[in-house]
Design a protein around this ligand. Structure first.
Ligand SMILES: [Mg+2]
Length: 218
């Protein structure tokens, strides 16, 4: 009886120890738009931003992908794996982005870079589609004129496009945004995902030792 209690205490201690380790693993430093601005060189640079959950809250379109009943007999019109369905990606980038909400934190970052005269690229891992409206929505919402069209990197690492366009600062919410920017040898800054996002992609702020933009959930 006594040994069982002893065992329970040991298990409890181990559980607490794990919690502490996990917390330490996710520790990160935060930064502000002002701090980023003052760290940049005086002359204009090229910067890049991921799209989903970085500059746009695009969960409405993904909500429809996962939960619609508009297929035959009330099934999902995109099948069992909507994210593997080409029609979904076409609908998303050609139509559903009308329902995506620009993030206020992104407005501030983009405004700062725009006013410096920086060249602003958007690099999304969505697959390339014909007739996308994403570029025009981003340019209209963030008041960008004469900036490059959105890049749809698909299965190619974003590192390829970061290098190709001389991007020196890259912003993103996903672990892969950070690791691919590092792969390209440039500075990566993490955006927080909104707590309401339905994005289940890997998201561990601070995982790659990167700094996190404060108040960037929304
Ligand atoms: Mg993203």
């Amino acid at each position: 009886m006594l040994s069982r209690r002893f065992l329970a205490i040991i298990v409890a201690l181990m559980l607490f120890a794990n919690v502490a380790v996990l917390t330490a693993e996710n520790a990160y430093l935060t930064t502000s738009v002002e701090e980023i601005a003052s760290s940049l060189p005086a002359k204009p640079i090229a910067i890049g931003l991921d799209v989903d959950d970085t500059v746009l809250f695009s969960s409405p379109g993904f909500q429809y992908a996962f939960n619609n009943t508009d297929g035959p007999n009330g099934s999902n019109k995109y099948g069992d794996r909507p994210l593997s369905n080409d029609q979904f990606w076409s609908d998303m980038s050609c139509s559903f982005d009308k329902f995506s909400i620009p993030k206020e934190s992104a407005r501030k970052i983009i405004e700062m870079h725009r006013d410096r005269g920086d060249k602003i690229y958007f690099v999304t891992a969505r697959p390339e589609v014909k007739g996308e409206i994403l570029t025009s929505i981003l340019h209209r919402e963030f008041k960008l004129e004469k900036h490059p069209k959105a890049i749809f990197s698909g299965r190619t690492s974003k590192a390829v496009f970061i290098k190709k366009h001389g991007i020196t600062v890259f912003y993103g919410d996903s672990d892969s945004d950070i690791s691919e920017a590092h792969e390209a040898g440039v500075r990566a800054i993490r955006f927080m995902r909104s707590p309401l996002s339905n994005n289940k992609g890997k998201y561990n702020p601070g995982k790659h030792g990167e700094i996190v933009l404060e108040n960037s959930e929304n």
